[in-house]
Each structure stands twice: as structure tokens, then as C-alpha cells.
Write a protein that binds this ligand. Sequence first.
Ligand code: NAD
Ligand code: MG
Length: 340
Amino acid sequence: MMAKMYYEQDCNLNELKGKKVAVIGYGSQGHAHALNLKESGCDVCVGLRAGSKNWAAAEEAGLKVMTVAEAAKWGDVVMMLVNDEVQADVYKKDIAPGLEAGNMLMFAHGFNIHFKQIVPPADVDVVMIAPKGPGHTVRSLYVNGKGVPCLLAVEQNATGKAYDLGLAYAAGIGGARGGVMETTFQDETETDLFGEQAVLCGGVVELMKCGFETLVEAGYEPENAYFECIHEMKLIIDLINKGGVAMMNYSISDTAEFGEYVSGPRVLPYEETKKNMNAVLKDIQNGKFAGQWIAENKNGRTFFNASRRMLAQHPMEVVGAQLRKNMLWGDDNDPDTASN
Ligand code: NAD
Ligand code: MG
């Protein structure tokens, strides 16, 4: 089963000509979408809370700024780029009253539509353009003539133009230079949650933490454990990202490659890991995880905040911060981690 892909030649930016595009939020994705669309010739405004610290920043970048409610009313296209966990409230209060028949409501992630936290009226288009990369990369690649690949999904096609408009939007943020893959809100939501939980964030952090603790408990210096199990992760991943596992194996020693085959399956026993991953996937598919996350937000985030505090105190974080600070180039010049 091959995915349907679209590139720039399949997109017509003119579909957005004469349309007003409201980008709600000016965080990681918001600033990138707003600036890229503007430079692609679209009529853009940013919707923010009155008093938001981003208000001045967006204006300084040359963007029109309005309150969220004003922007939603002004826009023919309204892209929701506030945090997923506040979207339902923002939608009810400020977006829904400004939506008119024939408008297009857009998302960069499917959570709120798929889990029915937001139920738009039937007479608007509901479309997702989800960049598969951080917002700061959506911006920096665009500036360099490239683009972060995107997923396209259409939940409601009230006007019959939802695909054309969605593809035009993808071209406007530079995504069509990298490729736009068609999917559904359901598949994007489930695979996105699974990837971040099982592999990218949950899996990787547990793996690094466990490796770090194993070395430190065996008496090795925490600095050494940090370099081995955490710092080097990026260097290894960069090789895989560039040329697959083969390029990493080409670059590491044969000893390391032999160890990869012998010990990888020992630390992550395939059958057991697979069983656990399937259980995680099932809880995503049946809505159990979504329910937990919605409840956590309603209950003041006790578990979330405690987990965050505990992690901040973990030696791998404390030692790592010290080592990165002392690196000659410092640790705060990276646009992906600079605060916005
Ligand atoms: P972010 O946290 O970086 O920015 C959210 C913005 O919304 C901030 O400017 C914040 O001030 C503003 N905001 C918060 N509450 C608000 C409110 N009540 N009213 C108005 N504005 C409010 O978020 P992000 O990472 O850019 O995520 C936005 C969307 O993009 C989400 O749906 C997310 O899933 C999706 N997404 C993010 C990434 C990523 O790498 N960051 C990648 C793909 C998709
Ligand atoms: Mg409107």
C-alpha cells in the first residue's frame, strides 16, 4: 500500500489568492506558518490573546495581529496552532463564533478532531496540514528554499475545494517542496502519538536513562555516562537520518556493529518489546490515552508536573546541562531550543 504524494507541481498557490488566512498562535509552528505564508504572497494575520508577549514579536516581524476572536472572524482560513490541550476551549470561546459557512478550519495535528474535543459545523472544510518537523525547522528550511514534508488530511470537504486549498496552504509554508503525503485525521493522530510514545520521546528517553544509570551504578563517572549514552545519540541518529542504518554501520567500527547485532536484542527483547508496543498502540486506538491526557489537564496536571520535576533533578540532566554549558560554543544558539 503506497501513500499518495503531492509536490509543488500538484499545488496551486493561487487557490489562496483573495483568501484571508488567520494563524492562531505564534509558537513553534505559528510563527513559521505565518511568516512562510506571508512571504509566499498570502494575506495573513496572527491571532493572539490580548497582552500576549508574542504580540510585539509578530508585529516586529511585519505581521498583522488581532485577538483570536477577531482573527477567526476575519479569516476565510483559520489555522489552529495553539497547544493541543487548550484548543477545545479556545475553539469554543473564540473560534466557533467567527466561522462562517464555506470557511476552512485547519489543524497541524489531529488530536482534537479525532477524539471529538472539537466538533466543527458541517458547512466548513476541516483540513490538516501537519509538518513532520519542529516549527523552527519549518521556518529555517523555507528560508533556505527547502521545506519540511507535511501530511494532508481532509475530514470535511464542505466546499468541494478542501484538497486544492489544503495543498495550496502546504505549498505556502514550503511543505510541498519536501512532499505532502495524504492521510486521515485518525491515522495521523494514532501514528503521531505512537511514534512519540513508543520510540521518539518515551522510548528514547527511557533507553538513555537506563543506560546512563547502569554505567553510573557500576561506578563509572556520570560525565562519561552522559557522553556515551546521551550526547552521542544525536551523532548516531544524524548518520541514520542521512544514509540509513547502513551509513551508521559504515561509520562506526566493526566491533560496534557486531555489538549492535549481539546486544541490541538483549536489551530490547523483541517479542516482549513488541507486546508492550502493541499495548501502547491499543490504548491510543481505543482512546484510553487521550482520556488520561484530557483528565490530567482537567485535574491540574499533578502527575505531569511531578514527572517533569523529577526528570529535571535526574543526574543525567544535571550533569548534561553542566557539560553543555562548558562546551566552547555554549548551548543557547540553537533556534530549535531558543525560547520564543
Ligand atoms: P507552541 O506551544 O509552541 O505554541 C502555542 C502558542 O499558542 C503559543 O504562542 C502560546 O502562547 C499560544 N497560546 C496558548 N494558549 C493560548 C490561548 N488560550 N489563546 C491564544 N493563544 C494561546 O505549540 P506548537 O508546538 O507550535 O503546536 C501547535 C500545533 O502544531 C499543535 O497542534 C501541535 O500538535 C502541532 N505540531 C507541532 C509540531 C512541533 O514540532 N512543535 C509539529 C507538528 C505539529
Ligand atoms: Mg472566519
